[in-house]
Write a protein that binds this ligand. Structure first.
Ligand code: GAF
Length: 390
């Protein structure tokens, strides 16, 4: 089946509650959910203090649980593909949490460790339909859902920006991924029918209405994930920091087009020049899209999406054959304004801004021409994390 649809909070919530009572023999007392996301534009610029324009998806992670009067946190997870896993670790009220095996548990442990109070032992069940390894931020969805669950469990909450920052810190220190702030921020703050223009320096944000009449954002999952992100993402981040250092600016947000020439004349490493050029130009493209989109200048927005993809592929070098192929198919499809890869790259999804009436034709063309096994969904801008009433 090439079409994937979100199950919705309610169904996942029911599933999580009944799993909890089946496993732990009592009712859950606290619950929360948080969505996945796609990024419309502003890729690989959040860690350079740039602007990003993500949207939350209707796919969500739900966490339910209750205290267990033990000195242990026991967590059971039901993955998108139905597989189940569990883990347990010492409660932070009696011990210090450290990253370790199993790898997936680090996302949960990190959040528990960064939570502002030492949580007593609890049992929890996680159920999610956010596609994994698809670049739609299943990790931030899990982190923020878990943090929000802990807020509900303990009655201790923090401001939304602080929540996003603590979850980002958890991801840096436990799974060890030096991500920017975009994913945790959108997953925390998203509003239905809106994209969010985030200034990753000031951490202020503006809701951008996403009513684009007869157009929709089609997401195509390439269903490939190359094992490069682990090493290549930190490398991109450090190359951007090196470029800023050479230019003697705090970050590439402070650099302009002229600086690209300066970098060249200083005989900088050609890779560093390419990364800087991508970041500087992508920040400008993002600001433009945030202005053009609500005015429904869809052709112009589409052209910027194509430019963004080209830059991610040739300058940032975070695309791959499959994503390039999907974007190329879009270029020759009727009814497509523009398309680009979304997220960290090396696989995952492509987004395409399309005329809704061409949706079937476009999908048929992708199914015929794409060499892999694609799946599709339409991006319905959804709300951010919330506490669910038990
Ligand atoms: C990943 C990271 F987690 C984000 O912070 C961001 O850098 C993105 O890749 C690329 O734009 O999702």
């Amino acid at each position: 089946m090439s079409e994937v649809t979100a199950k919705g909070d309610e169904l996942l919530f029911e599933q999580a509650k009944s799993k909890f009572s089946e496993l732990f023999g009592r009712e859950a007392s606290a619950a929360a959910s948080a969505p996945g996301r796609v990024n419309l534009i502003g890729e690989h610029v959040d860690y350079c203090d740039g602007f990003v324009l993500p949207v939350a998806l209707p796919f969500t992670t739900v966490v339910v649980g209750a205290y267990n009067n033990l000195e242990e946190c026991r967590v059971h997870t039901v993955l998108t593909n139905g597989e189940e896993r569990n883990t347990s670790f010492v409660s932070p009220s009696v011990g210090i949490l450290k990253p370790g095996e199993p790898a997936w548990a680090n996302y949960v442990k990190g959040v528990v460790a960064k939570f502002p109070v030492a949580v007593h032992g609890f049992d929890a069940v996680i159920v999610s339909d956010v596609p994994m390894g698809a670049g739609v931020s299943s990790s931030a969805s899990l982190e923020v859902a878990f943090f929000t669950f802990l807020e509900s469990l303990t009655g201790r909450s923090v401001g939304l920006v602080e929540k996003a920052q603590l979850c980002q810190k958890a991801e840096h220190e436990f799974p060890g991924m030096p991500c920017g702030i975009m994913d945790q921020y959108i997953v925390t703050m998203a509003k239905k029918d809106h994209a969010l223009l985030i200034d990753c320096r000031s951490l202020e944000a503006k809701q951008i209405p996403l009513q684009i009449d007869n157009a929709v954002i089609l997401v195509v999952n390439s269903n490939v994930k190359h094992q490069l992100t682990g090493s290549e993402y930190p490398l991109r981040r450090s190359q951007c920091q090196d470029a800023a250092k050479i230019l003697k600016v705090p970050s590439l947000r402070d650099a302009g087009v002229k600086d690209i020439e300066d970098l060249k004349s200083l005989k900088s490493d050609p890779d560093i020049v390419k990364r800087a050029k991508h970041v500087i130009e992508e920040i400008t493209r993002t600001e433009k899209v945030a202005t053009l989109l609500p005015q429904k200048y869809l052709k112009e927005v589409g052209a910027l999406l194509y430019q963004s993809h080209k830059s991610l592929s040739q300058l940032m070098e975070v695309s791959c054959t499959e994503l390039d192929q999907l974007v190329d198919i879009m270029r020759t499809s009727p009814g497509v304004y523009g398309a680009r890869m979304t997220g960290g790259g090396f696989g995952g999804c492509v987004i395409a801004l399309i005329e809704e009436k061409y949706s079937k034709d476009i999908k048929d063309k992708v199914l015929q021409e794409y060499k892999g096994n694609p799946t599709f969904f339409v991006c319905k801008p959804s709300d951010g994390a919330k506490i669910l009433k038990i």
